[in-house]
Write a protein that binds this ligand. Structure first.
Ligand SMILES: [Zn+2]
Length: 78
């Protein structure tokens, strides 16, 4: 049985500001505006959401090993 963590520290790649954010349980957050420098943060190439790129925890869909929003890519690797 897994414990899904919804809260994650998101670190802004522009200013290094770290903030605890709640992740949506069933979707990915593709854009995130830093509360410190107001940069619009986007995921790194190949990542499905900003939490996968800049967080301390993978997003809930990935914690559940559920199909995430990168489902269209996952077939290519197999
Ligand atoms: Zn920032």
């Amino acid at each position: 049985m897994k414990t899904v963590v919804f809260e994650s520290d998101l670190t802004c790649p522009s200013c290094g500001f770290t903030k605890s954010e709640l992740m949506p349980s069933d979707s990915c957050m593709y854009y995130y505006e830093c509360t410190s420098c107001h940069s619009l943060i986007r995921p790194k190439p190949g990542d499905c959401c900003v939490f996968c790129s800049y967080r301390s925890t993978v997003c809930p869909p990935k914690q559940n090993e559920a199909i995430c929003c990168d489902q269209s890519n996952s077939n290519n690797d197999a």
